[in-house]
Design a protein around this ligand. Structure first.
Ligand code: CTP
Length: 401
């Protein structure tokens, strides 16, 4: 049931807009209050009157309508809801949302909202597969948006491919998923580390690793989506800061540890960062220069602090739940359990990073959740889904489910 929930539905201009009428009807049937915004193009496909009749609310269409601004400004429209759903999400509106363009009511509301966002894309399959659309969707997903569909099938132009908007029933299921856990971690504080660390050799060179930060960022997003006040301590990554998360940017392992200690107390800490095990013992203050005939320099390394082990230490600042990751290529579970005992954390998520597994830098992950007594193996799934499941498991462990 969606009793008491309020949904802001943004309808953009695509033939799939007719299915949005059915979505409004079903949302109302399930007890949700629905407000709708129609873009100018959407009004070529469905009328404000049909939307208003089904939603029993006036349809919002114009950013500069004095009546709209008088009765309910666009900022309130953007925030007075539990969830914003964009269906159909056209290539144009997805692009505007990713870039922060605000030139009509729909795009302005998407920029102004701080509510969870669900996108149901619908477009021609070539447009969907274009690098531009894929990059824009990835940007929005990295900021915490959920995406349902598109499905494969016959498209309006008579071509076949991926681009059909998800069916209303699928969108409803996605709405349930997004709203399902909302508020579960309300009042809790979460700390997440993510990305690689850079350990300087001299002012221009550093030691690094291939971590993308995708899994850690997704976990911070998922914990925040459940209502946790979340601090993400991130090494250098090419990802946007997730919405609704306090992000602390660091470079080295020592900076990461200091930022984590400053972020305490926390109820849960998840260490997903690929922290360099060693740093350069004495980084050069000036750029190292080649000297004719001189042998190449050798670099002496010093061990870095172990952030996971430090946070797991049994003192009064220890988070109630501390979760680590183990990147393994063999004996996943045995190695993960050894790591759990060595570092003193509560769970280790072991993932297979063998060449060809697609885990490092990729969008999916297959993890085994190892605790002191048990192993739970999850099938390969998107990193966002791993994050969502982990966040729900955290909520359960903290007594919230
Ligand atoms: N970790 C950390 N601080 C470090 C090193 C690791 O917090 N200085 C955390 C990582 O965030 C991760 C876990 O410890 O949660 C991984 O431990 P690590 O011993 O580095 O394991 P692997 O990377 O799997 O490598 P190895 O097999 O070499 O131990």
């Amino acid at each position: 049931m969606l009793q008491g929930k309020s949904i802001l539905l943004v309808v953009a201009g695509g033939i799939a807009a007719y299915k949005s009428l059915e979505l409004i009807r079903r949302l109302r049937e399930r007890g949700a209050a629905v407000r709708c915004i129609l873009t100018r193009a959407a009004q070529e496909f469905v009328t404000p009157l049909s939307v208003a009749t089904l939603s029993r609310e006036r349809a919002f269409t114009d950013l500069f309508s004095l009546t709209d601004e008088h009765e309910i400004g666009h900022i309130r429209l953007a925030r007075d809801c539990d969830l914003v759903v964009v269906a159909p999400a056209t290539a144009d509106l997805v692009t505007k949302a990713a870039l922060g363009i605000a030139d009509d009511l729909a795009s302005t509301v998407l920029l102004a909202t701080d509510r969870p966002l669900l996108l149901a894309p619908a477009m021609n399959h070539v447009m969907w597969n274009s690098p531009a659309t894929q990059a824009n969707i990835a940007t929005l997903a990295a900021r915490g948006a959920a995406v349902v569909g598109p499905n494969s099938g016959l498209l309006a132009e008579g071509e076949t491919g991926v681009g059909r908007m998800a069916e209303p029933a699928e969108i409803l299921a996605a709405i349930d998923r997004v709203l399902g856990g909302a508020g579960l971690l309300e009042g809790m504080r979460a700390l997440v580390t993510s990305g690689p660390t850079h350990e300087p050799i001299d002012p221009v060179r550093y030691i690094a690793n291939r971590s993308s930060g995708k899994q850690g960022h997704a976990i911070a997003t998922a914990l925040a989506a459940l209502g946790a006040r979340t601090t993400l301590v991130s090494g250098p990554v090419r990802l946007p800061d997730p919405r609704g998360v306090e992000v602390v940017h660091v470079e080295t392992a020592e900076e990461m540890l200091a930022a984590c200690l400053r972020a305490l107390p926390a109820d849960v800490a998840v260490c997903a960062a690929a922290v360099a095990d060693w740093r350069v013992a004495a980084p050069a203050a000036r750029k190292l220069k080649k000297a004719a005939d001189a042998p190449p320099p050798s670099i002496a390394l010093a061990p870095n602090p172990d952030i996971l082990a430090t946070l797991s230490r049994r003192d009064e600042r220890r988070p109630r739940l501390v979760v680590g990751f183990a990147a393994e290529t063999e004996d996943l579970v045995a190695n993960a359990r050894a790591k759990l005992l060595r570092k003193g954390c509560d769970w280790v998520l072991a993932n297979d990073v063998s060449p060809g597994s697609g885990t490092f830098g990729g969008d999916s992950n297959a993890v085994h959740v190892v605790d002191a007594g048990d192993v739970e193996s999850w099938p390969r799934m998107g990193k966002d889904e791993v994050a969502r499941r982990l966040a729900l498991r955290v909520a359960a462990a903290l007594g919230r489910r």
